[in-house]
Write a new protein. Structure first.
Lengths: 116, 109
């Protein structure tokens, strides 16, 4: 285990549903990330939270709404999704700043989302 | 914009047949280059960080090297359990991580 957990692991939702993905890191890191992984495509960075503040939003549609209540927890709220949003959603954490930090990101197992 | 290109897209090896994966990149100030392993249905697993040209890192049958334009992941005498998708990523001075599409390695017994 990497120290990053995600729930649920699998989610099937209709286009009119509202659901949330949860991520928790036990590594003491100060930055957390949401990525989308579609088949045969590179990981797409969606959101970055650094010290609980959102520092990046890569033109993600408003039907995806992140929330970071503290440095250990990250949520992705989903509503009125489209079938093309079906993908593996990955959460990651890392340490940013300071000398000696490796800056590598550690990933959770992902949530496999299917939008019907 | 940072770019990462991995080749080949897929690699099929016989057990014991050594080979190399390529990761070529362009980045505005390289803070680090990372290699990850990803098994089907799982999140990427961190393998190595390389910081500067000429650096090498090893772990079991894997060895990663770095030049100013590319990185190689050498797999020596692979075993079936080395079958996975290997991802390369570069981090720029703003800590932004850009991933390649990956190389899927299949090792047959």
């Amino acid at each position: 285990e990497t120290g990053v957990t995600q729930t649920p692991r699998h989610l099937v939702m209709g286009m009119t549903n509202k659901k949330s993905l949860k991520c928790e890191q036990h590594l003491g890191h100060n930055a957390m990330y949401w990525y989308k992984q579609s088949a045969k495509k590179p990981l797409e960075l969606m959101f970055v939270y650094n010290f609980k503040e959102q520092t990046e939003n890569n033109s993600v549609p408003s039907r995806f709404s992140p929330e970071c209540p503290n440095s250990s927890h990250l949520f992705l709220h989903l509503h009125t999704l489209q079938p093309e949003d079906s993908a593996l959603y990955l959460c990651a954490s890392s340490q940013i700043g300071g000398t000696g930090s490796s800056y590598e990101q550690y990933f959770g197992p992902g949530t496999r989302l299917t939008v019907t | 914009e940072d770019q990462v290109t991995q080749s080949p897209e897929a690699l099929r090896l016989q057990e014991g047949e050594s080979s190399s994966l390529n990761c070529s990149y362009t980045v505005s100030g390289l803070r680090g280059l990372f290699w990850y392993r990803q098994d089907p249905g799982k999140g990427p697993e961190f393998l190595f960080t390389l910081y500067s040209a000429g650096e090498e890192k090893e772990k079991e049958r894997l060895k990663a090297t770095l030049t100013k334009k590319e990185s190689f992941l050498h797999i020596t005498a692979p075993k079936p359990e080395d079958s996975a998708t290997y991802l390369c990523a570069v981090q720029d001075n703003d800590y932004k991580l850009s991933f390649g599409a990956g190389t899927t390695v299949t090792v047959r017994a």
